[in-house]
Design a protein around this ligand. Sequence first.
Ligand code: DAH
Length: 344
Amino acid sequence: MEKINKIKEEVLELINNSNEMELLQQLKIKFLGKKGQIQELMSEMKSLSNDEKPKFGQMVNELKQEVTKIIEEKVKELEAIELIKKLEREKIDVTLPSYKQVIGTTHPLMNIKKEIEDLFIGLGYTVAEGPEVEYDLYNFERANIPADHPARDMQDTFYINPEVLLRTHTTAIQTRELEKANGKLPIKVICPGKVYRRDDDDATHSHQFMQAEGLVVAENITLADLKGTLQFLADAMFGKGRKLRFRPSYFQFTEPSVEIDVSCHICGGKGCSVCKNTGYIEILGAGMVHPNVLEMAGFDSTKCSGFAFGIGLERVAMLKYGIDDIRNFYTNDVRFLKTFDRFD
Ligand code: DAH
């Protein structure tokens, strides 16, 4: 009896003084564990008479229950205190002003690129890309511009070595796509990408710029298909009812070749500063894919035909958004880029 009471007192005192979970765990082991003090008491039962045993057993059991209960209550108490402390620690003052979130905007050229891609995807084209560091083969040779041809002077090129260069036009993607098709028709691709030329940068020239190349090859493709497609493009980019003007031109990779002007979206064709009083703005080069280009890619040019066009994305963006200096696209002035928030 004495021992039992002593244990009970000891437990109460220790519990009252332990304000940490860890201590409570230790106490639990000390009293209730397999080798704990209460279990030890049980083993003393053998030394008692048979009369005393049941009573003693009952008392030890009661002690065990009581100690268990005391410890559990203390655990709950400590948990409650811990929770209050935690809530206090993690309190958030929702009335404090927040930090300003600086969010970027989509680059205007990316908007145009996406717009053109979406437009042609809607017409059943797929989007194709190619490497910016390109072989002379795809950039010139396969575009029917042989070595030493004076046309290579027109496009002053960044050469990496005599065979490798920074592509000067997305026509390099066109020639790759023709090869990739491996003789299979039809081909309908739109090929956007960056191109490079050794130009001195000024308001209308940039040594790096973007183009999108369109290419359709199948049986019986004619200039009329090109006209319809470009009318669709002009209406979508500059507003319905644009008038197109086809001027004869010359590119090595097309025959016939044309340059296309679109009626000025600012003055509607009457003449203004944007169209330099001509009523028209030149927007792209195009033509029927040259038989040589088809043959070099393994097609029989008597059995199929195609049209191609190349459009400068900066030019479209400048016309559409009224930007007067191409360098704005590449100097990354946040104030300039921010103005395109509303076009996202
Ligand atoms: N590659 C030409 C350039 O960079 C643009 C071009 C003209 C592409 C006519 C074409 C085309 O596909 O048919 O100036």
